[in-house]
Design a protein around this ligand. Structure first.
Ligand code: GLP
Length: 247
């Protein structure tokens, strides 16, 4: 694992965006696995800025997002499809037909998940997966559990996740209780993984995830077994770990 410590959120975002840019430049028709949450917003802003300068071309890129709330439509301003359109897809020259997010409006969980696994399979695999990290160590919406779920599945969100995400909704009651998420195998099959973390609130879980035991109780800990993981964090999020590359 490679670790880059940036001074702050903006620095973290620039490093992550640089890595994604390199991927897009080296392989213009690459498959990017994308994430939502507050952590990657700055990364997307930076990519948009470089796109506007003429340095990046997304026309051949395919994207596959990690997860979506079950029951939210693409028009709902808290759906992850809406988030992606707003923060990235509507701002660059990506072909929307090549952007994938699980179908939150599909009530049949089995169908929604099987369809999504097929999309991932047909894409030829994810070249670079961008990840945030939940406060309980979740990646995508793979919540702490007794075992790692392998493929796309429907999850019941942990109370901690609902509490963390309620800031985006009028109240905790309005946060959907279920979501569709890629599974751990889907994520681990990505050729490269970039994790972005910021803020002191993530320091403890970052330490547990990357230096603690590998356990489904901390889903992100499985990333320790991946051969090409890059952790990009700000000083606060990385404050409890030692070996870092200053950037
Ligand atoms: C959400 C998302 C995750 C995200 C995580 C952390 O629940 N499903 O993909 O990584 O929470 O969010 P944030 O970056 O806002 O801390």
């Amino acid at each position: 694992m490679k670790i880059y410590k940036a001074k702050d959120y903006q620095g973290m975002s620039r490093i992550a965006a640089n890595i994604i840019s390199a991927q897009v430049i080296l392989k213009p028709d690459c498959v990017l696995g994308l994430a939502t949450g507050s952590s990657p917003i700055g990364t997307y802003d930076q990519l948009v800025e470089w796109y506007e300068k003429g340095d990046l071309d997304f026309s051949k890129v395919t994207t596959i997002n990690l997860d979506e709330y079950k029951g939210l439509s693409p028009e709902h301003d808290q759906s992850y499809r809406y988030f992606m359109n707003h923060h990235l897809f509507d701002r660059v020259n990506i072909d929307k037909a090549k952007t994938f997010v699980p179908d939150g409006m599909e009530p049949d969980s089995e169908k929604a998940c099987a369809d999504y696994n097929e999309i991932i399979r047909q894409s030829g695999g994810i070249d670079l997966q961008l990840l945030g990290l939940g406060h309980n160590g979740h990646i995508g919406f793979n919540e702490p559990a007794e075992a790692f779920e392998k493929e796309t599945h429907c999850v019941t969100l942990a109370e901690k996740t609902i509490q963390a995400n309620k800031r985006f909704f009028a109240s905790a009651e309005e946060v959907p209780k279920q979501a569709y998420t890629m599974g751990i195998r889907n994520i681990m099959q990505a050729r490269k993984i970039v994790v972005v973390v910021s803020g002191i609130g993530k320091a403890e879980i970052v330490k547990q995830t990357f230096f603690g035991p590998v356990t489904p109780a901390v889903p992100g800990s499985i990333l320790q077994l991946h051969s090409d993981v890059i952790l990009v964090g700000d000083e606060e999020a990385l404050s409890l770990i030692e070996e870092t590359t200053q950037a």
